[in-house]
Structure formats: C-alpha cells, structure tokens
Design a protein around this ligand. Structure first.
Ligand code: GAP
Length: 508
C-alpha cells in the first residue's frame, strides 16, 4: 500500500532526508548555522538546476513571445526609489521586550477571552494551520485558571497589526505566555543594504535586490530597442533575491536569500487583461503539473479588491498544500503600467513602445507571474515524499522511503548496477553503459551491496530508473533489466530501447 506521510512530521522527515542524502544543508553549519540561509548539496543543486532549466525551456525557449535576461543583483539605488521599495518594502514587526524575540505582526494572532460579557484576559498564537484550535485551548485554560463560571464567547482571532494601543499591554507574548512585554507594531525594512565604492557615507548605499522584476523593468527599453519584440511579449529572468525576513521559517519556504523565476509580460493598455491574466494562471498551473505537482494540491487565492496594492488591477496566488499548510507558491499579478511609469518619471527616459498592429504609441501594462525556485523545490519534495512497503531480497516486506520525482526534474535519472561486483565481465559492461548514458544525463554507478539495498538507496533520492546488468546481458541477448522506482516492476529491454525510453521520459 502506498501512502504519503501525514503532514504532521512530514516537514521533519523532508528536512532529515535532505540533510542525510545531500540535498540541502543549513548554511554555515560548522558555525551553528545561519537563520534563513541554506546551501544546496550535490543532489539539491541538480534538482534545483533541473527545475530552473525546465522553467526556462518552457517559458523562454519554447515560446516565441518571451525573451531572457540576466541582470545584476546590485543595481542603481534610484531603481529602488522609483519602484517604491526604499519607502514601502517593509513588514510589520513586534518585539518581545523580555525574551528579545521578534515576530511578524501579521503572523501573530490574538483574541480577547470573554466570559459572560467580561474580558478576563487575552490569548495569542503564532500563525499555524491549527491556530484557532490552539487559541481556543489557551482560552479554556485561562478561564479555568480564573475560575470564572459561565459561557466562553467564540474566540475571534485578529492579527497584531489590528491591535489597539490599549491592548499592547494585555496581549501575552508567545515567548513568555505573559502579557506586558510586546511592543507596538513597527515597520521593518526588508531590503539588505550594502555600500558600493570606497566611501562609506549615505551616497554609497546600495541594495541587494529583493526581487528580480526591477532588473527586467530597468532593461525593458534595451530589449525593445535591440530585439524584435512586438506587443504582447515577455521578459523572463531567473536569479537570486534577498529579503531580511523578520521570521524566516519552514525550512526553505521563507528564507533570506532565495531565487526567483519571474516574467514581466507586456500588453497593450487596451488589451483584455482579465482574459490574459486567466491564461497566465492556467499556464502556470499546467507547468507545475508538468514537473510533477498534483493538480489537486494547487488552489487559487484571488486577492480581494480592497486588499490590492493601489497600482494592482488583480492578483491571484497559486497556493500549494505544503507540509505546514496551504501557502503561496506562485503570485500572478496585473500591475498595470505602474513600474514602467515610475521608471519613466525617475529616469527621464521614455518607456513608450510603438505598437505596429494598432499604430499606437503607449507605455504597456504588465502581467507578472513570479515564482520562487526554493519554494517550488519544497513543493516538489513534499509531493514526492512517499513511504510504502515492498518485499526485500529475502521476500520479507519492509518499509521504504522514496521520492517520486518526475523523471524530468529528478536529480539522478538512472542508476546502473552490475549484478555482482566481483565479476569483471558484468562490471565492464555496466561501466560501459554508465559512461554512454553519462554523456547525456546525470546517471549514477553503484556496484556495492546487495542489489535490493542499492535499489533502496536510489529510491530514497528519487532516481526513477534502475538498470541492472546480469548474466543474461552478457551471455544471451544483451538486454538489461529496467526497474521502475514507483512500481518496482522490472522488464528486459535492449540498449536501444532503453535509450529511447529514457529520452522520452526525461526530455519528452
Ligand atoms: N516581483 C513580485 C514579487 O517578488 P512576491 O510575492 O514578493 O512577488 C514572488 O514574491 C514569489 O517569490 C513568491 O510567490 C515566492 O514563491 C517567492 N518568495 C518570496 N519571498 C520569499 C522568501 N522569503 N523565501 C523564499 N521564496 C520567496
């Protein structure tokens, strides 16, 4: 029987597997780690590169209407003034004066505990899928402690940004459980600052980009002037982004250094942007499914109109069922002409384009699908992580952990095994096949241990195919056994059939 591990503990299993098998390590681990930063090991970097390559191939190379770009991480600081990031890119935070811990105010929830119309205290809880339940339990405990008779009013959680000044002293700190130590919410700037050049004064201040998008807007004119683009068209970029997140958490879900895959898709101001937005949402869902995410795990969160940024016409987030709950994976926003107009104003350079089709000149509007590489990788890991039971070499059923990666993005595409390592003719043949396949794909050679153990090691890192060279290969017809990771079924194939099959599964 196959079953995905329950969400409880799934994150821990994934983090453990990633460390054990060399996917992801905490950054600077020998110095105790560094909160919000992660390093990708040998398998992690393959998986990460495969995700990026799949996105680039499908969004840029296989489309006629999207051009690629690779802009610098540090750009002219005026870009961030024009974009609004210098003044506005911040999150509300709250400090606990006693524990010195810091929280994101919009992720800290509180509620008054009311019994028969009297407020007997407050409860607080950090955002989590079970926050309502946790708060209700805390409220019941408070009522017991206060020995208050009567009915508890429903617990209505609000986030801390909605708290009133008279409530700051009453809301308990999640760190100490006691009221009186939380500060008022304050805005915390998320951009990392650095200094460029020999002077260390304010004129040298620059920023590590918090999104790749502004590099696209800053180069939009270059691409219009040098390329053969015509409306509608997009510019795509993959690259690092940095945010000094107040509470980096949930492994690589929210980190301080991460990578984005962003497209700015430029359209006419008169275009039917609602239809184009819908088309982009569908394209993004299809792509996620193409790399192996289950369709039923993806939902849409349409931002209500009254919560949209003033320049935004519409935003839909694609949500994914992560181990820690349903969370944003991909934001698809209609940003109007806000960014290009801002850069036109601040740089003094015209951002207009001549539309050959309509003979009009205008500043285009933009649809922006923006996806995190690391978040995609976590989604892929969560969906792929499986525990099942299969028979071992002795026919006894044993527990197995496997990653059901799509062959398209699996870090290792196939493992090649000689049945026995002390038979030179098997080893030689297996090595020859390994070298041949290695010219095209990332494959692995393993001769050590019982064959069942070797399969298990590959299952755990998500290698979709095991290829075994046995005596029939060298003594009979040259066929090899091809084992499927998910079903464990084996069949004999010729070398030509094998290569055609792998080609279809991996690159098809
Ligand atoms: N240019 C638009 C923009 O940056 P965003 O919603 O702030 O929009 C887009 O970010 C995507 O980048 C998110 O949907 C998420 O996948 C990823 N992302 C954002 N912040 C992140 C973080 N701290 N760690 C990992 N990924 C992050």
């Amino acid at each position: 029987m196959t079953a995905n591990a329950s969400s409880d503990g799934l994150m821990e299993e994934i983090v453990g597997l990633c460390k054990r098998r060399g996917f992801i390590f905490p950054s600077s681990e020998i110095y105790g780690g560094y909160n919000g930063f992660y390093d990708y090991g040998p398998l992690g970097v393959e998986l990460r590169n495969n995700i990026k390559q799949a996105w680039w191939r499908d969004m840029v190379q296989r489309r006629d209407d999207i051009e690629g770009l690779d802009s610098t991480i540090i750009m002219h600081p005026d870009i961030w003034k024009a974009s609004g990031h210098v003044d506005g890119f911040s999150d509300p935070m709250v400090d606990c004066k006693e524990s010195k811990l810091r929280y994101r105010a919009d992720q800290l929830f509180f509620a008054p505990v009311i019994v028969e119309g009297d407020t007997i205290g407050y409860v607080s809880v950090i955002e989590c899928p079970e926050q309502q339940e946790v708060a209700e339990q805390a409220a019941a405990a408070l009522k017991r402690k206060a020995a208050k008779q009567g009915e508890l009013a429903p617990i209505v959680l609000k986030d801390y940004t909605e708290s009133k000044p008279e409530e700051y002293e009453l809301i308990p700190s999640p760190a100490t459980g006691k009221p009186g130590s939380l500060t008022a919410p304050r805005e915390f700037k998320l951009m990392f600052e650095t200094k460029v050049g020999p002077l260390a004064d304010d004129s040298a201040t620059a920023y590590l980009r918090p999104e790749t998008a502004q590099g696209i807007f800053a180069n939009y004119k270059n691409i219009v002037d040098t390329g053969r683009v015509k409306i509608p068209f997009g510019i795509a970029q993959i690259g690092k982004a940095f945010r000094n997140e107040i509470t980096p958490r949930n492994f690589i879900f929210r980190s301080r250094e991460f990578e984005q895959m962003e497209i700015e898709f430029f359209i006419s101001p008169n275009a039917d942007w609602k239809t184009l937005h819908r088309e982009w949402i569908d394209t993004c869902i299809d792509w996620l499914v193409s790399i192996g995410l289950p369709r039923e795990g993806i939902t849409e969160d349409i931002h209500p109109e009254d919560k949209l940024a003033f320049y935004s016409q519409a935003t839909t987030d694609l949500m994914f069922q992560f181990p820690h709950g349903e969370q944003e994976l991909w934001g698809i926003a209609c940003r109007g002409d806000y960014d290009l107009m801002q850069h036109q104003k601040h740089s003094g350079k015209s951002m207009t384009i001549f539309d050959e089709a309509t003979k009009e000149k205008y500043v285009p509007h933009v649809i922006e699908p923006s996806l995190g590489v690391d978040r995609t990788l976590l989604a892929v890991l969560s969906a792929a992580y499986t525990e099942d039971e299969v028979p071992n070499d002795k026919g006894q059923v044993e527990k197995r952990t496997l990653l059901k990666f799509s062959p398209k993005i699996a870090p290792v595409k196939a493992a090649i095994f000689p049945l026995l390592k002390n038979k030179p003719e098997l080893v030689e043949r297996a090595q020859a096949l390994y070298k041949k396949l290695q010219l095209r794909w990332n494959v692995f050679y393993d001769a050590s241990g019982a064959i069942g153990r070797r399969y298990r090691r590959q299952d755990e890192i998500g290698t979709p195919y095991g290829i075994t060279i046995d005596f029939d290969t060298i003594e009979k017809d040259g066929t090899v056994t091809l084992r499927d990771r998910d079903t464990c079924e084996q069949r004999r194939v010729t070398e030509d059939e094998l290569i055609a099959f792998l080609e279809e599964q991996i690159n098809g």
